[in-house]
Design a protein around this ligand. Sequence first.
Ligand code: ATR
Length: 291
Amino acid sequence: MEVSGKTKVFCVIGNPIEHSLSPIMHNAAFRHLNIDAVYVAFKVEEEALEDAVRGMRSLGICGMNVTMPHKTAIVKYLDETDPAAKLVGAVNTVLNANGKLVGFNTDGVGALRALEENYVKPRDKKFLLLGAGGAGRAIAFQLAQEADELVILNRDADKARVLADALRKRFNKKVVGESLLHNVLKNWIKDADVLINATSVGMHPHQNETLVEKSLLRPELTVMDIVYDPIETRLLKDAKSVGAKVIYGTEMLVFQGAASFEIWLNRPAPVNIMRKAIVERLQARGLSLER
Ligand code: ATR
């Protein structure tokens, strides 16, 4: 598709941003559907965030993804935020609705769809979620509505407790928040149906790290990791080797991107095309030394 005077512009802002996979994923989707749009990445320093949001308004940028370090700070510059983004306190998607900027958080729905598309139905299941950072909170918000039971463990235990209290009050479900200590993890993992790592542990260049020792994993457990670089983390390798079902971090990446796409364009995202584009890029990166 030729870029012309009518081409719509979408973007991601963050810092650093050069390695973002969002341009690859969304441009592949635009090309596949013959949509006259481009998706670009902008490096935005913290002190330039307000100007960047003003720029989105003045230039008529149709949609924006927001990543580190702006996910929380951007909220105050938007006209509205949806309930998930409000509770999570972080926005990863902005829609420009005829000049009104609306913030969303698609990490939670992305994780939920990653589970469902991989045949894991959250209803009647017990979830053990590691991490109460931005992504962890977004995932917890969705799971608290869908699952039978949710246990959130975080290194900083207070964050897990505060989050669990807020979700318990709001959704009237069993939600527990505790410290991510070995014995605590060992206790809760016994009864869990699904384990989700929503921390950054295991990410390149620390790909040998895991929060869960292999002896605690079992075949009946489903294990999902939000880390996607490397595609197969140490946690997922260990889970696979004991016969557990695994869901890769690329799934959450694809479905949170698909949810953004659907908010902006109001039509189904071509998830297989998006997945193929990012997996190919990650595999190429894995083979090259330069990242
Ligand atoms: P994101 O938006 O990707 O979730 P974040 O908000 O910085 O990023 O959250 C990172 C998560 O990884 C947090 O849950 C963090 O735990 P703390 O809240 O205690 O900092 C978790 N995390 C990072 N490194 C960790 C480590 N070495 N061990 C355990 N948890 C870790």
